[in-house]
Design a protein around this ligand. Structure first.
Ligand code: SF4
Ligand code: SF4
Length: 426
């Protein structure tokens, strides 16, 4: 309970929780411009469509309003946010000063290329200094494979992996501990995965995830996240209409329901060996729920909080949406969205977007505890496996200092999560 209280740190937040609500979280797409070529993404540079970037002023007004609404987390996404590095830094700083605790952004790492150039160190030092000054909480760096050549070919960014390796110690010296961000795709398993059984998919991905975790640890990362594959075109839900073009119909990120269950199971099984060595965002309770959703049905997952407390701000019109994938539900200007106007019920499980699905799953039992204690107790009695995973995740998140990317890992705390075969099997 101490862990939970430290996350819900104000009386206002605890009062919200008792009403079955949680603090807001915003993903602001600052731009849909990008300079990379990822085949699994509709925003790659070669896609021909009219690109958009929000104005700083508009975003600042959104942040002002967000602060009055007790928004806890703001992530600036793209496209490639660092094409507008100075603007993003000043918005991160603005959000921090407005009282937003968790400020985040990510990059494809294009600025880490050409790491042999004479001014590389001074260039990266300036970047690290600016981000540290802005008080960024989490910086994600994309890395989609344990094979540098494969990642670089997919992104169209030669030399980026060597540059990341050189940059990490510079970031660490400035109190920034970036997270590697794995976009799960078929390539990470390094061989064509068409026409093979779910069991083969499981084994290919299990060894790929283990190799990936070893690789990012050796590269110098102290945190790692996984983005679940977004293949909306392959979804059973025809009602999805992505505004966020990170979704793709490319075969690299298309998986059948059985394949998804196998991939999530592989990740679920790979994580325990590495939890004491690197801070891993991905909650196993969430993976377990997704596995059960794909094998047994939706009732096994908590519904997503997208459109209730989590929102996506689109670069094209600057409006709020329940998430990046429910484009037919334009909620208008976020600054006019008061809690009493939010009528969307939390029933959606139409995609696997981890940004919203993982926190929804983690906070689900907590909401039950506060608003439906009988349901919570029933779950403890009848779904011990799930509740044990959830409790273990909470303890792990606490040992990771809630993924505070401004401090190094506390390996003594993480050592409590050394590989435990009994738990790994559960
Ligand atoms: S995944 Fe990111 S880096 Fe790659 S094309 Fe899309 S927006 Fe650009
Ligand atoms: S599950 Fe969440 S992120 Fe996915 S479509 Fe539904 S509200 Fe959006």
């Amino acid at each position: 309970m101490k862990n939970i209280c430290s996350f819900f740190s104000s009386l206002r937040e605890i009062a919200l929780l008792l009403k079955g609500r949680i603090p807001y979280q915003l993903v602001i797409q600052y731009t849909d411009r990008c300079n990379a070529q990822c085949p699994q993404c509709g925003m790659r540079a070669s896609e021909n469509y009219r690109r958009s970037t929000l104005s700083m002023d508009k975003v600042k007004r959104i942040i002002d309003y967000a602060a009055t609404q007790g928004v806890k987390a703001i992530s600036f996404t793209g496209g490639e946010p660092f094409l507008y590095f100075d603007e993003i830094v000043s918005l991160l700083k603005y959000a921090k000063e407005a009282g937003i605790k968790y400020t985040r952004t990510g990059t494809n790492g294009f600025m880490f290329t050409e790491s042999d150039s004479v001014n590389y160190r001074s260039r990266i030092t300036k970047i690290a200094e600016s981000l540290a000054d802005a008080g960024i909480y989490t910086l994600w760096i994309s890395l989609d494979s344990a094979v540098p050549a494969l990642h670089e070919a997919m992104r169209g960014l030669p030399g980026v992996v060597a540059g990341i390796e050189k940059a990490l110690p510079i970031f660490h010296q400035h109190g920034i501990y970036p997270s590697a961000n794995l976009g799960i795709n078929r390539n990470i398993a390094e061989f064509p995965l068409d026409g093979i059984s779910s069991s083969d998919v499981y084994h290919a991905f299990r060894s790929a995830f283990e190799k990936y975790y070893r690789f990012v640890i050796d590269l110098g990362f102290t945190m790692v996240n996984a983005c679940y594959p977004m293949s909306v075109q392959n979804s059973n839900h025809t009602t999805l209409n992505p505004v966020y073009r990170a979704a793709s119909g490319n075969r690299l990120v298309q998986f059948s329901s059985l394949e998804k269950a196998a991939v999530f199971r592989a990740l679920f099984d790979a994580i325990p060996q590495f939890r004491s060595k690197i801070r891993i965002f991905t909650p196993r309770s969430s993976l377990s729920a997704l596995i059960r959703q794909y094998l047994l049905g939706e009732a096994y997952c908590y519904p997503c909080r997208g459109g209730r407390e989590f929102f996506f701000i689109d670069a094209r019109d600057g409006n709020a949406y329940p998430c990046g994938y429910r484009g037919h539900e334009n909620l208008g200007d976020f600054r006019e969205l008061t809690r009493d106007k939010i009528t969307i019920q939390e029933t959606c499980r139409k995609c696997d977007w981890e940004c919203f699905r993982d926190p929804s799953e983690l906070l689900g039992p907590l909401m039950d505890l506060c608003t439906r204690p009988a349901v919570f107790i029933k779950k403890i009695l009848h779904d011990r496996h799930c509740m044990k995973l959830w409790y273990h995740d909470l303890k792990y998140f606490s040992a990771c200092n809630f993924f505070n990317g401004t401090i190094p890992p506390d390996y003594q705390k993480l050592s409590r999560f050394s590989f435990n075969t009994k738990l790994a099997r559960s």
